[in-house]
Design a protein around this ligand. Structure first.
Ligand code: G6P
Length: 608
């Protein structure tokens, strides 16, 4: 979703802004723009399309001289992607310029009021009201104008603002959209996410809701919306800038798939102490864990799919009822949150607007919320009562792979911990499960190293029209994620079905040669899934099966079989998803798609 970068200091701003925006491309965008103060006035260049277009337009920033500027990559919400709707946006005199990430919910009322006072709008965006409203309130004190505007707007925002009258300052503000600021000896920075400025500084400040920052070349001041100055502590970013680079891989997605053994191990290892699992971040005694009567898992996208697997594993290993909700549904369905319920929200970015709103809904309902989050210091991490981090490192490709794998591990750890304290799993079973968990990184590596088989198979399906994924139980959850991977990056229509459900309508879509990927990793359900495979094969489908070593029986019903190594059935998702990720990836590469930045998608969805 939209990305913001700003710089003020002793160097040329434009090249720094372009470089920073390139590190935010993963968030998804459809246009880009930049505003730089040249010593006399503010100049804007913006264009629909990739950042490359803006780079060419500005000769890499060379023809936009100046030491203070703000830039933006826009993911259209209000108004189509166009040069005019691209940010930054000016007031009429071109003396105030704004970039914005988020949605101003009351923009229509504000726009109408401004129009009635003579303001003219040139774009269809909600953001433009901010430029005119700032103009309306600006009487020589920029901080006052910014805070007055913040009192008037409803919705979400991360903002970068420059006033031509005060070109030695940039203003930044935030509510519900991510924003950080940072400083080095050369200048100060604003950005939507750490990778944008990591090359320049590791010392960053997370801007909180309703905070305003005034950045100058050599210092920053933080204020409340009531203009009271506040003190904030910087956070030192520990991870390496290289972690956000491609390191020789053709795509971030491929690199991130290959990082999965490490990610799984990094998420697992710190929580395995001898023969036990210790999740200190839960901050709950065994007694408290025992008293949990129900778990609600809430998430979006792939994180929701990880949550679905979590349901099967937690119900199976800990015998606790688990409900899984899409965050966008949970937040408006007035969920029944009983005493003794625990709410677990899962989010890679920690910024997904619906998941954040669901978290707040749960807290307001009196529940303790555990956040399973990848991005340290993100909004969900800060607002959850307790946070269990997935140590996947920065994930850049829009289609998640390694963060999803890490989320699965978090689900297994929680399920085993709960199963043990509640006396559902014996010590012997626990030890076996732990052994299986520890083997996962090597087994994932093995599957990744067999990528050639999938790659060849994928090449045959570059022209596919529809692909179906089927499975039962955990295999259904795996199918959902496998199907999402394929469709989001290859643009091939794909659906996942609970294998037994296909015949209630969808089977009518099966034609001669339609690919059906059948996931069958649960021995207790092998026979049932084979029956469903036979049903689609009889109607002309080509059946790809993903199953466990030893289940050779499946070859009678499948046309092509991928075997995964033996593990406990509860952990099979971690292995079965690997060939499905590779399949989606190679189909998309074969079709020449922009794998890391699929059309219309955003990595971090900070609007509803
Ligand atoms: C977007 C991403 C998905 C992700 C979902 C939830 O749609 O493209 O890959 O699963 O958001 O994101 P979160 O950051 O909350 O896990």
């Amino acid at each position: 979703m939209c990305g913001i970068v700003g710089y003020i200091g002793n160097s040329q701003a434009a090249p720094i802004i372009l470089d920073g925006l390139s590190k935010l491309e993963y968030r998804g965008y459809d246009s880009a723009g930049m505003a730089v103060f040249d010593g006399e006035k503010i100049n804007i260049r913006k264009s629909v399309g990739r950042l490359k277009v803006l780079e060419n337009l500005t000769h890499g920033g060379e023809n936009m001289p100046g030491l203070c500027g703000i830039g933006h990559t826009r993911w259209a919400t209000h108004g189509a992607p166009s040069d005019t709707n691209a940010h930054p946006h000016f007031n009429a005199e071109e003396t105030i310029v704004v970039v914005h990430n988020g949605i101003i919910e009351n923009y229509i009322q504000l726009r109408d009021k401004l129009i009635s006072r003579g303001y003219k709008f040139v774009s269809e965006t909600d953001t433009e009201v901010l430029a005119h409203l700032l103009d309306y309130y600006y009487k020589g004190n920029p901080l006052e104008a910014v805070t007055k505007v913040l009192h008037r707007v409803e919705g979400s925002y991360a903002l970068g603002i420059v006033f031509a009258d005060c070109p030695d300052q940039i203003f930044a503000a935030r509510k519900d959209s991510p924003l950080i600021v940072g400083q080095n000896e050369d200048g100060c920075f604003i950005a939507s996410d750490v990778p944008a400025i990591l090359k320049y500084t590791r010392k960053v400040y997370y801007v909180d809701n309703y905070e305003v920052v005034r950045l100058r070349a050599d210092h920053m001041h933080f204020y409340t919306v009531d203009e009271e100055e506040i003190k904030k502590e910087p956070v030192t970013i520990e991870w390496d800038a290289n972690a956000a680079e491609k390191a020789g891989y053709e795509h971030f997605m491929l690199k991130e798939m290959y990082e999965q053994p490490k990610t799984v191990s990094d998420t697992l290892t710190p929580r395995v102490k001898g023969n036990d699992i210790v999740i200190e971040e839960l901050n709950m005694t065994d007694e408290e864990l025992k008293s949990i009567s129900k778990i609600h898992i809430v998430a979006c996208g792939s994180a929701y799919h990880a949550g679905m697997t979590g349901k099967y594993v937690m119900e199976g290993l800990a015998r606790i009822p688990v409900e899984v909700d899409l965050a966008s549904e949970f937040r408006y369905r007035d969920p029944i949150l009983e005493k003794g319920s625990m709410v677990v929200v899962i989010s890679q970015s920690g910024e997904t607007a619906d998941t954040l709103a669901a978290l707040r809904e749960a807290k307001a309902g009196g529940c303790k919320v555990l956040g399973i989050v990848n991005v340290v210091g993100s909004s969900i991490a800060r607002e959850a009562d307790n946070v269990m981090y997935t140590w996947a490192g920065p994930e850049i490709a829009v289609a998640t792979t390694k963060a999803y794998s890490a989320q699965l591990i978090a689900m297994y750890l929680l399920a085993m911990k709960l199963g043990k304290v509640r006396g559902v799993i014996s010590d012997e079973t626990f030890a076996e499960l732990l052994g299986d968990l520890k083997r996962l990184p090597d087994q994932i590596e093995l599957l990744l190293n067999n990528k050639l088989k999938i790659q060849k198979f994928a090449n045959r399906y570059i022209g596919a029209k529809d692909v179906f994924f089927i499975g039962r139980g955990i295999d259904y959850a795996i199918s959902l994620e496998g199907s999402l991977k394929l469709k989001e990056i290859s643009y091939i229509h794909s659906e996942a079905y609970a294998a037994g459900e296909l015949k209630h309508g969808t089977i009518s879509l099966i034609e001669d040669g339609t690919l059906v990927a059948a996931v069958s990793t649960q021995p207790a359900l092998y026979a049932k899934t084979i029956s469903n495979m036979v049903e689609v094969k009889a109607r002309g489908a080509f059946v790809l099966a993903v199953t466990c070593e030893g289940n050779t029986e499946i070859e009678k019903a499948a046309d092509y079989v991928i075997y995964i190594p033996e593990t406990n059935p509860y952990f099979a998702n971690s292995l079965a998803i690997i060939p499905l990720q590779l399949f989606g990836y190679y189909v998309a590469v074969g079709k020449g798609c922009d794998v890391d930045k699929p059309r219309n998608l955003a990595k971090s969805v900070t609007v509803e």
